[in-house]
Ligand binder design. Sequence first.
Ligand SMILES: Cc1cc2nc3c(=O)[nH]c(=O)nc-3n(C[C@H](O)[C@H](O)[C@H](O)COP(=O)(O)O)c2cc1C
Length: 443
Amino acid sequence: MAESELIHLVADLSLIHTNGKWRYPGSWANYAPYGSPDLYLDLARLLEHGKFDGAFFADVAGTPLFEGSTDSTVEWGVAWPRHDPLPLAIAMSGVTRHLGFITTMSMTYHHPFNVARLYASIDHVTRGRIAYNAVVSGFPQEAQNFGYPTTPDHEWRYRRAEEFLDVLDKLFNSVEPDAMLWDRESGRVADPSKVHRIDHVGEHFKVMGPLPCAPCPQGRPVQVQAGQSPSGMKLAGKWADMQFVVGDTNKIRADHRARLDAATEAAGRPKRSVGILFAGLFDVVSGPEESRENERKFRESHPEKLGIVMLSQWWGLDGYKLDPRRTVHETIADIREQGTHHNNWGYLENALKMVDDKMTIAEYSKFFLRANMGFFGTPEQIADQLEEAHHAGGSNGGFMIAPRTGNPGGIARFVHEVVPVLQRRGLMRKEYAGPTMRENLLV
Ligand SMILES: Cc1cc2nc3c(=O)[nH]c(=O)nc-3n(C[C@H](O)[C@H](O)[C@H](O)COP(=O)(O)O)c2cc1C
């Protein structure tokens, strides 16, 4: 098997302390509560032992609303609390040598100069193990924390993102790799002919440059992108090293690979130059009985009200009063009439396809938590599923996975039981290829 066909693995650690997951039996047992880095430090060591490429932290800097208020989201811990993940990634890099970190900052609300300087600095501190998940933000409560009445329009956000990534590129190129001298004899620090102003002037940004940072250990941080609309695909084709994709079937994975290859070629880059990390849950079990038991425990870790609040957030219904006793069909007809959701019509349509006309919102809020999409079974079965999915998606990239069960037990089981099977089959490496994330992930 060619090196480039290896499966790369990234663990999604984004919301392991919220949305009921913290309450799964065994989850967070013997650890100080969220806010202390202890659990994350142990997860970092575990992931490195399992030769994972990285840990991922999504980020949305806003608190979801339920029926017009943050009371229920706060009370039941729906995507709240949520610290900035960057300091955690830095702490985790201190107890590891090879594991990489993918962290998120909005291109809609932040300034590219700040982001370039921050990520270049973190690339130094982590010794070349940081990746930037460049997101176009869609949540209205995040917009309201940055002075916008609601999420700006899709096309505006993507125009800003195009310019944002252009500025980032110019800033990372503004200091050439061999610019530094640190010559004790003469006292010269850098060669000025190798450090350049960028003098960028555009619709959204005016940046003189240069980046006030020594050249990054990775050249530049690895860049990841997740948008999947035509504008999102265009952006990924032009700038991404890796794209995050939610694809539950091998047909979706194959179709997406074809779309991404087309977008990459249209941007003038060689086909396959962008890897894909397909997102999915996993549950490693010894047989069907344990799987059923894990699912039961998973559902029970979500009190009824939590399910309803999460459903409201999933459907984007900030101010809408969800009546648990009404049917899904009645409720969606009402939402359609009132136009009270934002951006999430696809999720509502999907719900209509999945339920009969008698299912109530209370029942559906449990049903949608069934979380049975992903990679479930014995270690050998999961390895089979991953292998097939990897080939379907073009064998270039891998998976961004999270356990359905709690942590650290869920990840420990994957590391100790599934990774050895993948390694035995030659699908995962037994040693890291180099010290930087770029060297490990992008081969
Ligand atoms: C796996 C995955 C991870 C994502 N992580 C984030 C995130 O951390 N923060 C965020 O605001 N959006 C996140 N998104 C949302 C995307 O960045 C993007 O806004 C969304 O897919 C809509 O873009 P589109 O209209 O181009 O599809 C994520 C999407 C996916 C599929």
